[in-house]
Design a binder for this molecule. Structure first.
Ligand SMILES: NC(=O)c1ccc[n+]([C@@H]2O[C@H](COP(=O)([O-])OP(=O)(O)OC[C@H]3O[C@@H](n4cnc5c(N)ncnc54)[C@H](O)[C@@H]3O)[C@@H](O)[C@H]2O)c1
Length: 333
């Protein structure tokens, strides 16, 4: 039975603990957090040894898989130590807070034997999988373009409670790298590799609380000539459903929670998204468990996990391009 450890036991770790508990043949053996109160709560909740330093955890417990659920700037240092110890890694998005760190992790992943996957769980949504399938079938013809929005809200307390989220040094950005990265990833995954980025990011609402951006507009050119437009803000007053509309030569896809597929001959199909009770927030989606299950199932595969560091680099490059255009090259790290 593979053994697991979770490093970083804050908000998102809840869904990792839930998935580990739900999957029969994974054994949680240790937790780690640099915050003593968070660590003590995790040790009590899960009844496993706790470590304040991930290197001590690696040396003493040597789990098969480490789940990296730390702030953005702590993904790569932790993941590199795990890979160096021959321990497989499942890291939360984004790949890194800077391109420089991200490139180090891509190189380490491709040199070593240990597996590494990145949590873009929305690719496992029923709607994303159905969209991928119908586009691959060729029935809709070539994709012409797409429109996507992420119009959410965050309270100042969301940032005050975890100040790393609002700072360039620790988060590497705001809306784009933290929230909209899932939608940018789906855009490039479904519409095609991105060859051109034009965009602008700005802090429109939370400027008295955060350094990073809370709003952005982006135009993407894709390799096969398609064009996508994206708008996102955390300055909305509610968390509206993410929207993603794809226009193809012979039909269209429209995601509003569920997915509607409209064919040129007038047929309309709806794909319902799964609903799952979880201690996580609803806008995180329902698919962490599916991704985690798949990662463990593929540990023995010869090829790398499909959402690899190189794959995760694609959305990171898009948003860092927007940051460079908006704030100058220093913003990309
Ligand atoms: N996939 C998703 O939908 C999703 C959703 C939410 C958050 N996330 C990602 O999860 C990560 C964590 O976000 P969060 O909201 O849970 O943050 P959080 O601040 O609630 O939790 C992070 C925890 O990591 C601990 N920590 C910091 N540095 C550490 C280190 N070096 N070693 C061990 N522990 C350390 C902190 O003390 C904290 O308890 C981020 O990368 C975030 O983008 C992903």
């Amino acid at each position: 039975m593979p053994t697991a450890a979770v490093i970083g036991c804050g908000d998102v770790a809840t869904v990792h603990f839930e998935a580990i508990a739900a999957i029969d043949d994974i054994d949680l053996v240790a937790v780690c957090d640099t915050d003593p109160d968070v660590l003590a709560a995790a040790v009590e909740a899960y009844g496993v040894p706790g470590f304040a330093d991930h290197r001590a955890l690696l040396a003493e417990m040597r789990p098969d898989v480490v789940h990296v659920c730390t702030p953005h700037d702590q993904h790569v240092p932790v993941a590199l130590d795990c890979l160096a110890a021959g321990v497989n890694v499942l890291t939360e998005k984004p790949l890194a807070h800077t391109l420089e760190d991200a490139e180090r992790l891509v190189a380490a992943a491709e040199e070593g034997e240990a597996r590494i996957g990145v949590c873009f769980q929305n690719r496992y949504n029923a709607t994303s999988q159905a969209a991928r399938e119908v586009l691959d079938s060729g029935e809709l013809g070539k994709v012409v373009g797409a429109t996507a929005t992420v119009m959410w809200t965050r309270t100042p307390d969301y940032y005050r409670a975890k100040p790393w989220r609002g700072r360039w040094e620790t988060a590497g950005g705001g809306l784009l790298i933290n929230q909209a990265i899932h939608t940018l990833d789906l855009l490039q995954w479904l519409v095609g590799d991105v060859t051109g980025v034009a965009g602008h990011a700005a802090t429109r609402v939370y400027g008295d609380v955060i350094e990073v951006e809370d709003s952005a507009e982006v135009v993407l050119s894709h390799a096969d000539g398609a064009r996508s437009v994206f708008f996102g803000t955390l300055g909305n007053v509610v968390n509206a459903p993410v929207t993603l509309d794809i226009t193809a030569e012979r039909g269209a896809l429209s995601l509003r929670g569920d997915l509607t597929i409209t064919y040129a001959d007038g047929r309309v199909e709806t794909v319902a998204e799964r609903q799952a009770p979880s201690g996580g927030r609803s806008y995180w989606g329902v698919s962490h468990e599916l991704l985690i299950r798949d990662f463990y199932a593929r540990l023995g595969d010869a090829e790398p996990f499909w959402i690899s560091p190189r794959e995760a680099m694609k959305s990171l490059r898009i948003l860092k391009d927007v940051y460079a255009q908006s704030f100058g090259p220093a913003a990309i790290g």
